[in-house]
Design a protein around this ligand. Structure first.
Ligand code: HEC
Ligand code: HEC
Length: 326
């Protein structure tokens, strides 16, 4: 009997040592680096149509995280992120050669936006990846980054470096990984099919599921519908005042979803203007998206109707959180 206990004791001790060793390793290595990738050579033609479309996508995505108070993409503190992940800052993505992305090639930008990996093999874990964005839309984003628009003009100002928490570092050694670069071209959705267009706008461009699912980590960037609690909401985020705000359940669950809350017109209005039918205004980090057309916002509504319903009472969760914060 004693012998057995001793063996178990040694086993456990060994396990603890191993774990401690792994943690020390994670801290020492930091975010893992990968082999410098082979990046396809691409030259993106900068047409006015592309710059205009790129601007729409930038307003839905890039501006929220990269624009400073003067609307220039110099990088900023991401205050809405749960503090569990550390102190997060985005980067200067203006055309400045040194501080920004002036020296990146078009191919490098496209590769990075899909995979999260830079030309030197370093990996950016906090920056979202866009593996399902159509080639044409990705090219539009690049065309806009290269354009004469105000936010992307070269600026040397930059944000402090990110301080990742131990949890984040651990995640980069386990669950968070760069994505593979698909050599297959990705086509735009059929814009006359509302469900297809809605799905593309919400998942591939809008990253709506990234906040409106059940968990920030248990998500699939390549197959968003496999994310835990897909569109069931419930993630706790911070508004500008540092108060917790819980993301909404966007499924059509009759009791707890948006089925009864919004007609299609009301949904288009809340997404584009940030105002609910009762006149209340959505809080940060949810921001109005007037750059979406009614057709696109309405298509998201049509798509959400097809998403499996999830019973998840966000109003109750919100009330509980507020009570705890008092
Ligand atoms: C949720 C916030 C968020 C959004 C949205 C976002 N970014 Fe970022 N981005 C970041 C953060 C944070 C970093 C720094 C990542 C790091 O160093 O690990 C970053 C880094 C980058 C870099 C690398 C810069 C460098 O010098 O290493 C590029 C390029 C970039 N973003 C472009 C974009 C573009 C283009 C868009 C819109 C399509 C976009 N980002 C949307 C947060 C965001
Ligand atoms: C950065 C995280 C984030 C992203 C991205 C995001 N949302 Fe939200 N959304 C929220 C939060 C937080 C709330 C709750 C705001 C509140 O309670 O005031 C919210 C609320 C909403 C509401 C109101 C629901 C209600 O109960 O009244 C709708 C509709 C909505 N979002 C749709 C969308 C759509 C469509 C997209 C993609 C285009 C999107 N959201 C992207 C965080 C996000």
């Amino acid at each position: 009997m004693k012998k057995v206990l001793k063996i178990i004791g040694f086993g456990l001790g060994g396990l603890v040592l191993l774990l401690a060793g792994f943690c020390a390793y994670v801290v020492a290595v930091g975010v893992p680096t990968y082999d410098p990738p082979t990046i396809p050579e691409v030259t993106v033609e900068r047409t006015p149509a592309r710059v205009a479309r790129g601007e729409v996508i930038a307003q839905i995505q890039c501006m929220a995280c990269h624009a400073d108070s003067e609307n220039r993409l110099t990088g900023k503190h991401l205050a809405e992120a749960p503090s569990l992940f550390g102190k997060l800052y985005s980067k200067n993505i203006t055309q400045d050669q040194e501080k920004g992305i002036g020296s990146w090639t078009d191919g490098e930008l496209m590769y990075f936006l899909r995979t999260g990996v830079r030309r030197d093999g370093t990996y950016a874990p906090i920056m979202p990846q866009y593996p399902n964005m159509a080639d044409e839309d990705l090219k539009s984003v690049v065309a806009w980054l290269r354009s004469d628009r105000f936010p992307v003009q070269p600026t040397r100002q930059e944000a402090p470096p990110t301080e990742l928490s131990f949890v984040s570092l651990l995640l980069t050694h386990t669950l968070m990984k760069p994505l593979a670069y698909s050599p297959e071209p990705i086509a735009l959705p059929d814009s006359t099919d509302p469900v297809a267009l809605g799905r593309y706008t919400a998942d591939a461009i809008g990253d709506c599921y990234g906040c409106h699912s059940g968990d920030m980590i248990d998500q699939s960037k390549t197959h968003p519908e496999k994310s835990k609690g897909y569109y069931g909401g419930g993630i706790e985020m911070k508004d500008e005042a540092g108060k917790t705000v819980v993301t909404a359940n966007l499924t059509f669950d009759e009791q707890t979803g948006i089925a009864k809350k919004y007609t299609k017109e009301q949904f288009i209005r809340v997404v584009k203007l940030g105002v609910r039918p009762d006149g209340s205004i959505l809080r940060q980090p949810m921001f109005p998206r007037p750059m979406l057309s009614d057709h696109e916002a309405g298509a998201i509504y049509e798509y959400l109707k097809t998403v499996p319903k999830i019973h998840h009472d966000i109003a109750k969760k919100s009330a509980d959180v507020q009570l705890a914060e008092r």
